[in-house]
Design a protein around this ligand. Structure first.
Ligand code: ZN
Ligand code: FE
Length: 257
């Protein structure tokens, strides 16, 4: 399974999964139809699945158009998004399994950004390979999604589930927010040298016009303040020793950053 990153709208990414053997494709969070149709055409491949992480329009905007072009496509989303994801046919819960070509993906329920948000995790095919995590607007490179429909406690639980995955997991998040996220991270985790180095690398990539997605989960665990709510340095900044309160205060500071 090859993952192809497509740009959409202002700063969204759509991910196209391509299985070369069976010559089929799936798409994660199609914000727009145009870049997806163009790539499918280039590859001359059939779209068999749409995997949505949550109901926001910048993640489901092209569902209906793609269904028109590919009447057999299956549309997946969280069970709690029933009625909110256009064309949804499959209603997924924590622990459900999905199949794409020869790969089995695992559904992780990650409420917080929205109340029904899910992530899709494809474990590595063989030892030493990377896993693939499609986490929508829950975990970002260097940051996390805003809390629109969930509580800090829910988001801490959700992010903890993602952080429990292996370091060697590629994080395919849905927005290019990394530079701004790391600028904020540096204000709350000043002495983190790994974060300082990451910031310089990301700054250079963005200057060259390169995408910073995917990121690696191992790097996120060391540099993303929204996975580091149990670290003394961040608890000191948040003036709390409670992980959930620390997370909530950091999220509050980021909202105003
Ligand atoms: Zn969203
Ligand atoms: Fe979004």
């Amino acid at each position: 399974m090859q993952v192809i990153r497509l740009h959409a709208l202002r700063d969204n990414y759509i991910f196209l999964l391509h299985d070369i053997q069976q010559n089929i494709a799936a798409v994660v969070d199609p914000a727009e139809a145009k870049p997806v149709l163009k790539k499918l055409d280039q590859l001359s491949v059939e779209l068999v699945a749409i995997f949505n992480t949550h109901h926001h329009s910048d993640h489901v905007g092209a569902n209906l158009k793609l269904m028109q072009k590919f009447p057999n496509v299956k549309v997946y989303g969280g069970a709690g998004d029933k009625g909110r994801i256009p064309g949804q046919q499959v209603f997924l819960q924590q622990g459900d399994r999905i199949k794409f070509a020869n790969r089995i993906g695992e559904v992780i329920f990650v409420p917080g950004h929205t109340r029904a948000h899910i992530a899709y995790y494809f474990p590595p095919e063989k030892p030493g390979d990377m896993g693939e995590l499609f986490c929508g607007d829950t975990l970002f490179a260097g940051g996390c999604g805003r809390l629109f429909e969930g509580t800090p406690k829910q988001m801490v639980d959700s992010l903890s589930k993602l952080a429990a995955l292996p370091d060697n997991t590629r994080v395919w998040c849905a927005h290019e927010y990394t530079l701004k996220n790391l600028q904020f991270a540096l204000t709350v985790d000043k002495d983190n040298t790994e974060l300082q180095n990451r910031y310089l690398q990301v700054q250079a990539s963005r200057k060259r016009g390169e995408a910073t997605i995917p990121s690696m989960l191992g790097i996120e665990k060391h540099t993303n303040p929204f996975l580091r709510f149990s670290q003394p340095a961040l608890q000191l900044v948040a003036k709390s020793q409670d992980p959930v309160q620390t997370f909530a205060r950091l999220r509050g500071m980021k909202d105003k950053f």
